[in-house]
Design a protein around this ligand. Sequence first.
Ligand code: AMP
Ligand code: MN
Ligand code: MN
Ligand code: MN
Length: 282
Amino acid sequence: MHVLASGVFMQVDLHTHSTASDGKLTPLELVERALACGVDLLAITDHDSTAGFDSLGEASFGSLRLVAGIELSAQWRRQTIHVVGLNIGRDRDAIREAVSVQQAARRTRAGIIAARLTKQGLGDLTARVEELASRISIGRPHIAEMLVESGAVRTIDEAFRKYLGNGRIGDVKDEWASLPQIIAWIRDAGGTAVIAHPEKYQFTRTRLRELVEDFRAAGGEAIEVVSGRQAGSETRTLAALCQQNQLSASTGSDFHQPGQHWAELGRQPAVPDDCRPVWEHW
Ligand code: AMP
Ligand code: MN
Ligand code: MN
Ligand code: MN
């Protein structure tokens, strides 16, 4: 995505995943791919973890500016919402607390999912889930992979459709922190809170407006107006929502792995000119 900011074209990607959570590239491979794709500003936003970003230390990467980020799962009206935290101070107590609480929730949830799948006769995944959860930020995609490897399903998609997606046996109701708590952690760590991929929740317009209002009231500052290669009509709707609520706009591919053309690094459509880019906060 190219943005005209202070007279310069910038390619920005503020939502990406590494092997610290459910991405396929290591943090270093991710940065190298971003450089090859011409990205100028990159945030690594692993699910409930800063380990990927942290592993890069103080290294610098030429023309690429790296922003510390995280994607936190939050509870809002008994639904799961993803909130991206950008430009966080990674050593701040607030973000350490957030990671520690959310990781405990992820480990517990993964254990429950494994137990339920085992009970269904899909093989005992408990030991593998525990081992993985001790090393990385475990999520449903990892469990889906285990089901593919064991031959219980043929594809990741089938694993979500049959066992892990909405309303399925492995869709364990999350015990994520509340939306205001998630936003407070991000702000206390010096970061900017962004509603991730608003279209993914499949809310009605009214419900989405209510989410945005609650989010803003709790100190949230931006909406991901562009997420991957979405339609222009979606972008315009979200840009209008930003303006109505005096929120800034973010953009990200939600890159998880190479080979998904709709989520290549930095290739999203442009953020509309009439939005205030979130990176102008920093
Ligand atoms: P979790 O954070 O454990 O709830 O897992 C959510 C992650 O699963 C998302 O960030 C996506 O990367 C992935 N995901 C969600 N739905 C699907 C699906 N239908 N097929 C493949 N991956 C999915
Ligand atoms: Mn993911
Ligand atoms: Mn997400
Ligand atoms: Mn994501």
